[in-house]
Design a protein around this ligand. Structure first.
Ligand code: SF4
Length: 238
């Protein structure tokens, strides 16, 4: 039952049981460290900066076995999990435990997503493609084909139908209604898009963002309507 730990990525964080991270089922949530972006509002700075000791995969397996029949899903989140070359092996190890696998991603590594073939995919689109250079972890990662990479990941989401979603956290200074308009054509054909409120009260990669005031409800609704009027199923969440 236990995986060879040398064959899977180091797990840097773990929420043993969650009822909110995998749609429709209880899940165990694993966090992989590092990220190719540096979103100032990131709520997982300790994971992005690799500040935590590793979690043994055996402990995950034992927990899932004890809650057999309750936990039916595993969520692999981060950080950005697709940066880990052994991610497909982790997906396989979790599936061997009898779990459905969901991946949370920023979509900059579509080839990895295609290999992993998760049962559910949640893709965070940050802003219009030309503004990704504002978010890049430029010291370590350089992409000159952001648009192509994100378009490919969005196409994977489209191909997965109801088993995938796109999330846009609407953070003032990062994304505005003009960006949503620019994304509109790309998002046509996605089954579910969620506009998510920005919550400045949680820990953030850049603490100065705690003073950024979230958009009011009217503006979030205008963003949602920008997509809904184009025939895209869109809801406000959070
Ligand atoms: S919000 Fe996501 S993509 Fe952005 S820095 Fe944090 S983990 Fe990376």
């Amino acid at each position: 039952m236990c995986a060879d730990e040398s064959q899977i990525p180091v797990i840097s964080g773990w929420t043993k049981t969650s009822f909110i991270d995998y749609p429709g089922t209880a899940s165990t949530v694993l966090f992989l460290s590092g990220c190719n972006l540096r979103c100032p509002y990131c709520h997982n700075p300790g994971i992005v900066l690799n500040d935590y000791p590793p979690v043994p995969f055996d402990a995950v397996g034992d927990h899932v076995a004890k809650r057999k029949g309750v936990i039916r899903g595993a969520v692999i989140s981060g950080g950005e999990p697709t940066l880990h070359s052994r991610l497909p092996d982790l997906c396989g190890a979790l599936k061997a435990l009898g779990l459905k696998v969901k991946i949370d991603t920023n979509g900059l590594e579509p080839d990895v997503l295609a290999v992993c073939r998760p049962d559910y995919l949640a893709l965070d689109v940050k802003t219009s493609f030309d503004k990704y250079n504002l978010l890049m972890n430029a010291a370590k990662h350089h992409y000159n084909d952001v648009k192509e990479r994100l378009s490919e990941s969005i196409n994977i989401v489209k191909s997965m139908g109801e088993n995938a979603e796109i999330r846009i956290t609407v953070v003032p200074t990062i994304v505005d209604r003009a960006d949503i308009e620019l994304l509109r054509e790309e998002l046509r054909g996605v089954n579910k898009v969620f506009i998510q409120h920005f919550n400045p009260s949680r820990p953030m990669l850049n603490p100065t963002y705690s003073s950024v005031k979230p958009y009011d409800t009217d503006e979030s609704e205008r963003m949602r309507d920008t997509l809904s009027k184009a025939g895209i199923s869109c809801e406000i969440r959070g």
